[in-house]
Design a protein around this ligand. Structure first.
Ligand code: PLP
Length: 363
């Protein structure tokens, strides 16, 4: 199988597997006081130190969670109290669901943020919490977090960054760019599923969503998922070959365009590994099934959570509503090899030809 669905989950890296196994072989709960508990606690705190170091933060400002869905919800719960919440219209469902009454900040046709609209909204709501993704999971379009950080600081608003798809691919010092907090999820950069983190600027108070046994300095109750946390911490520092991956991405994109595809977010700054391809007149699920039968795993727009193919709110927000049900996402994993380009190009061309032929015949 040719796996091109890295934005759903990246293949587990070797170092992550090793770290998770070592943690599984450590007896004990980090909250226990006996020697086994202390050994588990040591692993947990070493992981926290490593995350803090990579994220330019302090260990006490790292809260481990089950993933980014929880980290985003925790940020909105903790920082959004008494503040109007603003969210980009292309945000991930984990933000949309945690802030259902948020004021929407529109994007432009290429998927980048409409900064004039943001400025007007921050003028109206200077005490807002703005939740913004660093990179879009469907299109790969990057938001200018530095510009958003400056604007929030000028108005006195707080910024929370959903950095899930950017971490490991185009890391930045999100806190230095003006974020009060940011969310990450280990399995999106080669860790194992089950751990994420909310990283905050110095001393930010975090009111817990789940209280339980008072773990994570009272900010997140529940036994921490130690194997997944150990894996997350170890892969944060792994190198990522952005140029090599972007070159394959560009070649796949060119091949798809030659077969009739339209690229969503073309022209905007994007992740090196992501292409959102609409094939006008051909349903996304038809494309997905045809590629699956050719042994290629891609996804259709937004539907990675439930497995069902739904129309993408991201493309609708970009004014591409009529193409929203006809777009697939191709996201290259960190271990993609050159052979993937030709294999994808051939399968896409065959799929497009078959799908478009009946329409061409009746035209
Ligand atoms: N934010 C973005 C941009 C995502 O792509 C995802 C997952 O697809 C999440 C948040 C949620 O991450 P998780 O499912 O690991 O909690």
């Amino acid at each position: 199988m040719l796996y091109l669905d890295a934005n759903a989950t990246e293949p587990v890296r070797h170092a992550a597997r090793e770290a998770a196994l070592a943690a599984m072989n450590t007896l004990g709960n980090p909250s226990s006081t006996h020697a086994a508990g202390r050994a588990a606690r040591k692993l947990l705190e070493e992981a926290r130190e490593a995350v803090a170091q990579h994220c330019h933060s302090r260990p006490q400002d790292v809260v481990f969670t089950s993933g980014a869905t929880e980290a985003n919800a925790l940020a909105i719960h903790a920082l959004g109290v008494g503040r109007p919440v603003l969210t980009g219209t292309t945000e991930h469902d984990s933000i949309r669901a945690a802030a259902p009454d948020a004021v929407p900040v529109p994007v432009l046709v290429d998927g980048t943020l409409d900064f004039a609209a943001l400025n007007a909204l921050l003028t109206m709501h200077p005490d807002a919490l703005l939740c913004l993704m660093a990179a879009n999971n469907e299109t790969g379009v990057l938001h200018d977090i530095a510009a958003a950080g400056r604007l929030c600081a000028a108005h006195g608003a707080l910024l929370h960054v959903d950095a899930v798809q950017a971490i490991g691919r185009c890391n930045q010092d999100w806190l230095a760019l003006g974020a009060a907090s940011f969310a990450l999820s280990g399995h999106k950069f080669g860790g194992v599923m089950g751990a994420g983190a909310l990283v905050t600027r110095k001393g930010l108070e975090i009111n817990p969503l789940m209280r339980g046994g008072g773990q994570e300095l009272g900010r997140r109750g529940g036994t921490p998922p130690l194997p997944a946390i150990a894996a997350l911490a170890v892969v944060l520092g792994e190198p990522y070959e952005a140029e090599r991956i972007a070159a394959y991405r560009d070649a796949m994109e060119a091949a798809a365009i030659a077969s009739g595809a339209v690229v969503m977010g073309a022209g905007a700054p994007r992740l090196p590994n992501t292409i959102c391809l609409a094939l006008p007149g051909v349903r996304a699920d038809t494309q997905l099934i045809a590629l699956d039968m050719a042994g290629i795993a891609v996804s259709a727009g937004s539907a990675c959570s439930s497995g069902k193919v739904t129309s993408s709110h991201v493309l609708a927000a970009m004014g591409q509503g009529e193409l929203a049900g006809q777009a697939i996402r191709v996201s290259l994993p960190w271990d993609v090899t050159e052979g993937a380009v030709e294999r994808f190009a051939a399968a896409y061309a065959t799929m497009a030809k078959r799908a478009l032929r009946p329409q061409a015949a009746s035209a």
